[in-house]
Design a protein around this ligand. Sequence first.
Ligand code: HEM
Length: 537
Amino acid sequence: METVKKVVDTASKAVSSLGETVMGSNSAPSGTLTKMTGCPVAHVKNSLTAGPHGPVVLQDAFLLEHLTQFTREKTPARNVHALGTGAYGTFTATHDISKYTSAKMFKVGTKTELFSRLSGIFTEQGEADTTRDPRGFALKFYTSEGNWDLLAINTPVFNVRDAKMGPDAVHSFKRDPRTGMWNPGQLWDFVVNHPESLHQVTMLYSNRGGCPMSFRTMHGYGCHTFSLINENKQRHWVKFHLIADLGAKGLTTKEAKLISGEEPNWLSRDLWTAIEKGDYPRWKFCIQVMPEDEGYKHSWAFDPTKVWKHSDYPLIEVGYIELNRNPTDFHSEVEQVCFSPATVIPGIGFSPDKLLQGRLLIYDDAQHHRLGTNFKQLEVNRPHGVEPKTMNVGGEMNFEVKNKFPHYSGSVWGGYKPDPKFTEPPFRTDGPVDYYDYPNEGTDDDYYSQIRDLWRVMIDEDRVELCYNIATSIEKIPTELADKVIQHYSKIDAKCGEGIQRVLQERKQGTKHKTEAEILVEKIQQTLGVQRPSQSF
Ligand code: HEM
């Protein structure tokens, strides 16, 4: 309870200090209000009417613009990662990795401007941002060779390893299509039928992975394996890591729930306030590197549900990132920023990871749907370090005004030309076209061994929390399904399975492990004579 108090105290301080900084503004715009066309507006409060009682006449052109702009203010929310915040910052290269990559942003001493969006994955706009959820940590580096997007999350692994399963995994974590309500039965149903997802789900039900105390106390992981390619066109496989200077810290479920009532924008506000006060958060930027040949022999080299052990592939420090400037226009910068793992620069490439390969398509596709054809021209999305020279013309909302002729390649008049020096070394393939399982798919080693390692390095306090978090989620699902979850966790470690069962029993028998809110809910349900709704699924 002491920690909860501390967290809430910090929350209250953040809220009151925010009052000082955000309620007023020293930089409000001034001058005569105009329409979008620049024409001055004479009246802002009263509509133009025929006589004092109306009706309103259509020739009040400002009224028409004001209303029709308003109804179009929202773009569709991201399907996942809808709730988030963002900030500008810099990447500074401190260590030489030219033996791995030719990318100029990694030349020691180089500083690169960046924009980062930090988000929940399944939390929706308007929800409290401390809800148990994995978190996104996307970075757009405006390098001198074009933009590089690194889409990191706060767990080093993902829950599926083939993009074909992506929509299914997302559906199972989202609201029940019948009721529009959250249904943990869906999530656990997916997990027990896709045990490769247990690794990330275990991290999600830990406090660090599911309820970060602050975006500033959250590590970031690129999860996938990418390529680093050097000047000699040699490829190494790489995983990217962002290690928070403040360390990774989580809230307990009880703390997170308490804070969500006090300050539903907890994570966003904490980051915003820290940056506003000049307390800029930093992350060490590190890589793990695997020789190219080794990757083809290593069963987990391209499997995003697995980590590469640090003892085998140590973290190599490359530089640091700092977030140091808040955006001025949430919609234009945070809502309209678009990231894609396909956005890379020379010296960084892809890997055969089947999840990554599918993701190379879906991000630009999502943004074409959400923002339209020319979203890459928006200020926050366009490259800042170099001028794009494309043959693209037209499309909705195209605001480039440029001579594009000839807008085809091969012309007597000239035009932009490709440069073969940027060709990547070829990718190997290793067999006929077919639908393949992952090398150890279906084995206990594949599903459980890395989670067992994780469980064994956890301190007792974290193990207790993990069992509590899983138990309080699966007690709301049908018993046969809950039993399957426990069976999986018992295979990971018998003590883990027992721990979950103990919490379940103790909660069933009395008020142990129950919050005041839960006890209140039970009382009200008894008064109303209702059964707990989730048990009916
Ligand atoms: C097949 C599995 C996946 C699917 C179907 C998926 C789908 C999506 C979609 C639809 C968006 C919203 C795009 C938009 O409208 O702007 C998104 C955003 C995002 N995804 Fe994924 N994703 C998957 C896997 C991953 C993985 C493995 C990672 C991390 C390594 C990741 C990291 C992110 C991040 C950080 C964002 C937020 C970007 C932002 O802040 O705008 N996703 N994803």
